[in-house]
Ligand binder design. Structure first.
Ligand SMILES: Cc1ncc(COP(=O)(O)O)c(C=O)c1O
Length: 385
């Protein structure tokens, strides 16, 4: 007998195409995996040590559902330092991952049947977690224009139906590396105020930027009277994907509600993981600088190789560690990624995983050593030429 989920919205969920493809490669030992979005190096030792110390001290008990005050204070300071904002620990909720921050945010904002407006292509978990809640997802295309990914804000605003509950913006964007500028963020806030809709801003790639030290953020533009939630994570900036540690920045008056939603979702985050987060914030700046320098060299290597391939169109990412590229003649990205895997052993993510706007593209994560990337690009060359 096949048991199916009781909720129709859950029954309708589609499995992740990236996972599906990765499963197709299980058992092969020769694969160069560039399909997942994570740094290739383990978390730095000084961060790992902080967690080990906390475990040795016996920090194994339940913790406050909004996070320990020391970490919430450290996160408020960090954001204020980075963006000249004036958050207090009351604006911060610690979550077990950026993913959970997103689902908590959506649970707070999305009423039954409301629309979530989502510039796409975008990380698939936005649509998945909104659909679980019964939201209608309305996608607005991020398109390459003159070799740069861009979003037409007039088109975005015009696409928001009357029943829009929230506008969800991921900038810097996974998978394209597109990034909003300050003036565009101000226009978006004005629009949300005017229409009285929620803004959910996913800024998990705000430190992996190539033309400045940090991406423009909604953090220095919102006020405590705005309906906003900013999602962030330790995963990408501090190479902590497996730890599951993220946070939300939100208006102070929402603190109690967010505490309850957190309590009823995950209760609290493991104290040693939170201790590691504090150390990452205190000592992690040199690590971020070194990582971005490595990713920049990797990006330059990818750009050089792609420039030699006339069939490849590669709008340059301004941030993140993803190359999102199209190959002339490729219409079915999943079939092509499967072929690349089968014939070259290189694991790419199919663009269709990021919504219909991503179809025809492939995503390559270049958070890897240049030598490995060069090998992957050489192996793929016959299929891209
Ligand atoms: C845009 C975006 N937001 C959030 C996340 C979630 O990060 P985590 O759940 O590891 O904190 C990811 C991970 O790939 C992402 O790409």
């Amino acid at each position: 007998m096949t048991i199916r989920a009781g909720r129709p919205a859950v029954r309708a969920l589609q499995p992740s195409l990236i996972r599906k493809l990765a499963n197709a490669g299980i058992g092969r030992t020769d694969i160069i995996p560039l399909w997942f979005g994570e740094p290739d190096k383990p978390t730095p030792e000084f961060i790992r040590q902080a967690a080990k110390d906390a475990i040795d001290e016996g920090q194994t008990f339940y913790q406050p559902s909004r996070g320990i005050i020391e970490l919430r204070a450290a996160l408020a300071d960090y954001t204020n330092r980075l963006y000249g904002a004036s958050f207090t620990p009351e604006n911060i909720v610690v979550t077990p991952s950026g993913m959970t921050a997103l689902s908590v945010a959506l649970q707070c904002m999305i009423a039954d049947g409301a629309a979530l407006v989502l510039p796409s292509p975008v990380w698939p978990n936005f649509a998945g977690s909104a659909e679980i809640l019964g939201a209608e997802v309305v996608r607005v295309p991020i398109r390459p224009r003159a070799g740069v990914w861009s979003l037409d804000l007039d088109e975005l605003f015009a696409a928001c139906p009357a029943h829009t509950g929230a506008l969800a913006i991921n900038s810097p964007n996974n998978p394209t590396g597109w990034m909003l500028e300050d003036d565009e963020q101000r226009r978006i806030i004005d629009f949300c105020r005017e229409r009285d809709i929620w803004l959910i801003a996913d800024e998990v790639y705000n430190r992996i930027v190539y033309d400045r030290a940090r991406a423009p953020s909604f953090a220095d533009k919102v006020t405590d009277d705005d309906k906003y939630l900013i999602v962030n994570s330790f995963s990408k900036s501090w190479a902590m994907t497996g730890w599951r540690l993220g946070w939300l920045t939100a208006p102070e008056s929402l603190a109690e509600t967010l505490g309850s939603v957190s309590e009823f979702n995950f209760s609290c985050v493991f104290a040693p993981v939170q201790a590691a987060g504090i150390t990452a914030l205190q000592l992690g700046e040199p690590f971020i600088r070194e990582s971005v320098a490595r990713y920049r060299s990797a990006l330059e290597a990818v750009e050089r190789r792609f420039a030699e391939l006339p069939r490849v169109t590669f709008p340059k990412p301004r941030a993140t560690f993803y190359a999102f590229f199209a190959v002339d003649g490729v219409a079915d990205s999943y079939a092509f990624a499967e072929k690349v895997l089968r014939e070259t052993g290189v694991g790419l993510a199919p663009g269709a995983a990021f919504g219909p706007q991503g179809e025809g593209y492939l995503r390559l994560c270049f958070a890897a050593d240049v030598a490995l990337l060069e090998r992957a690009l050489s192996q793929m060359r016959p299929l891209l030429s």
